[in-house]
Design a protein around this ligand. Structure first.
Ligand code: SF4
Length: 185
């Protein structure tokens, strides 16, 4: 037995311990500082539990599980719902210290009809017949002005977008709002 090559072990902080995740089994655990430290050196005391959760494996068995998961993924990819992103701009009314988008495009674009027309034409062609939804992303995509209203109105108009998911900026009170609309035949 050996530690899975799909484990991710990362330290959360000196007192908070460690986070152990296995991308193949889907398990995630928070470990204490000492247990995490030991595991980072390849040492452990609870092989039964680690094995049950896919952290400790027989490499040949894990290779088979990986192959099966990959084939399942390829098969479902053809029919799964597709997530598309539309970014009206990276303008935002917050100024979070950790923002990695601050230098992208601080000014909000005005009229986006031509861009949206091109976006819809691309979506209709590239994803015809597929279930799909659009995530409206920013910056802050719901800045209170006419351009934001126009973008949202156009995005929620069927038949192109059966659903629109809006992700407001990380600092906003509203983190996510999902609107599901019936698809027009
Ligand atoms: S809410 Fe998001 S986009 Fe706006 S400043 Fe904060 S991190 Fe950046």
């Amino acid at each position: 037995m050996e530690l899975s090559q799909h484990n991710i072990l990362t330290q959360l902080g000196e007192e908070s311990g460690w986070l152990l995740v296995n991308l193949l089994s889907g398990e995630a655990d928070q470990l204490g500082p000492e247990e995490g430290e030991r595991l980072s050196r390849g040492e452990y005391e609870n092989p039964a539990e680690l094995t049950l959760k896919g952290y400790l494996v027989k490499p040949e068995e894990e290779a088979r599980r990986y192959k099966r998961a990959y084939l399942d993924f390829v098969e479902s990819r053809a029919t799964d719902e597709v997530q598309l992103f539309y970014v009206p701009s990276y303008a935002c009314n917050f100024d979070c210290a950790y923002c990695y988008q601050a230098g992208y495009e601080p000014e909000q674009r005005g009229d986006q009809d031509a861009v949206l027309d091109a976006f819809f034409a691309y979506v209709e062609g590239a994803f015809a017949g597929r279930r799909k939804y659009v995530t409206l992303f920013g910056g802050e995509p719901l800045l209170p002005n006419a351009a934001s209203v126009r973008v949202v109105r156009r995005l929620v108009a069927p038949p192109v977008c059966p659903a629109v998911r809006e992700q407001a900026g990380a600092g906003a009170r509203l983190r996510e709002r999902q609107v599901r609309l019936p698809v027009r035949a």
